[in-house]
Write a protein that binds this ligand. Structure first.
Ligand code: CP3
Length: 340
């Protein structure tokens, strides 16, 4: 698989490409299945339909990898926090974590209740072309903790930070619990057939440097280290969003560093390019305009070249109203321009 080879810096016939959030509302085919499924969580738990929407972007865009269709929030959901996805408003938890007694109420063994994810992975892998990789994923402990503490997406992370600076031990206990669940979850995804795993730290940029390393990066590293020991042939991808100023402090046993659109790719290459394969980092909004998309691709390839060490991707997820024609054109463009 070209994606897996590239993740291990092997020579490939061209630079592989896939897109974060490549399944979703910019595809009418997705919206159709989504309407059929009922709620968003119903879709995540429906093995047949989750498989169908996972495969849609592979068929439509011809990307080199599929990413499991699910959500990072199914883990806190299975830890016992009631969850709803309200249309137009995003995710909302019924209960939140505020104190020690809330922590004690969290259920253990969430990974055992995520069978629907493993069943989806097995079914997707059986239907996916042999040369396309299947990426499993989870959220980072810190990003999941912010949702569990705030109860919803946040712009300020006030409650999470309050806990960090006033009850750091409580936050560490929560992060340790989540970390244990995530290790078991990713191991089960690998056993079900995932060819690579990615950890999304979408709210990395909420923390100052030392607190980021202590409360987020260390836990991501811990998960990566354990998986690497058990499954050295499975590439591990880490995506901390918004940490461009912290690149000197990035270390750990993983394979691919996801570069977000706010971090100049030259800088990422200079700081991390010899240690890790870099993935990214086209600003997704460039897909609104074909010419802007094209010049963005040229700028990235001028730095990363058509050689090993790069996986092309967006610098964050697809936006629901991006034109699909440009997404299709992007895949062909990168493939053409990077042919060896
Ligand atoms: O194609 C893929 O990349 C696979 C599927 C995927 C989804 N969510 C589907 C989804 C993945 C990898 C995620 C990860 C995810 N979910 C992250 C980390 C990546 C990132 O974007 O930073 C985060 C922070 C979440 C939490 C989440 N899920 C939010 C904030 C929302 C609401 C915002 C929105 O886009 O609606 C979701 C819902 C969600 N997850 C949708 C999809 C396709 C939209 C739900 C719908 O169809 O109604």
């Amino acid at each position: 698989m070209i994606f897996i080879d590239a993740a291990f810096r092997k020579e490939t016939p061209y630079t592989p490409i896939w897109m974060m959030r490549q399944a979703g509302r910019y595809l009418d085919e997705y919206k159709e299945v989504r309407a059929k499924a009922g709620s968003f969580l119903d879709l995540c738990q429906n093995v047949e339909l989750a498989t169908e929407v996972t495969l849609q972007p592979v068929d439509i865009l011809d990307v080199d990898a599929a990413i499991l269709f699910s959500d990072i929030l199914v883990v806190p959901y299975e830890m016992g926090l009631g969850l709803e996805f309200l249309s137009g408003e995003g995710p909302k938890f019924k209960d939140t974590i505020c104190n020690e007694s809330d922590l004690l109420k969290l259920k253990c063994g969430a990974s055992n209740r995520l069978e629907y994810v493993y069943d989806s992975i097995s079914l997707i892998r059986s239907k996916l072309a042999k040369d396309k990789a299947l990426i499993g994923f989870c959220g980072s402990p810190w990003t999941l903790a912010t949702y569990m503490i705030e109860g919803e997406g946040s712009k300020t992370y006030t409650q999470s930070k309050k806990m960090l600076y006033t009850h750091p031990k409580l936050l560490h206990t929560l992060l340790q619990k989540i970390t244990q669940e995530l290790k078991a979850y990713l191991v089960s995804q690998i056993k079900a057939g995932a060819n690579a795993v990615m950890i999304f730290d979408s709210w990395a940029s909420a923390l100052e440097l030392q607190k980021y390393l202590e409360f987020s990066w260390n836990y991501m590293k811990e998960i990566a280290r354990e998986l690497k020991q058990q499954y050295p042939h499975i590439p591990i991808l880490l995506f901390p969003k918004g940490v461009g100023a912290y690149l000197d402090y990035i270390d750990g046993e993983f394979d691919v560093f996801g570069v977000d659109w706010g971090t100049p790719i030259e800088l990422a290459k200079q700081k991390l390019g010899s240690k890790y394969v870099l993935q990214g980092n086209l600003e997704p909004a460039r897909l609104y305009n074909y010419e802007e998309m094209k010049s963005g691709v040229d700028q990235i390839l001028a730095v990363m070249g058509n050689q090993a060490g790069h996986i092309f991707n967006l610098g964050h997820g697809m936006i629901p109203d991006l034109p699909r024609e440009n997404a299709i054109a992007l895949v062909q463009m990168v493939r053409e321009k990077t042919k060896r």
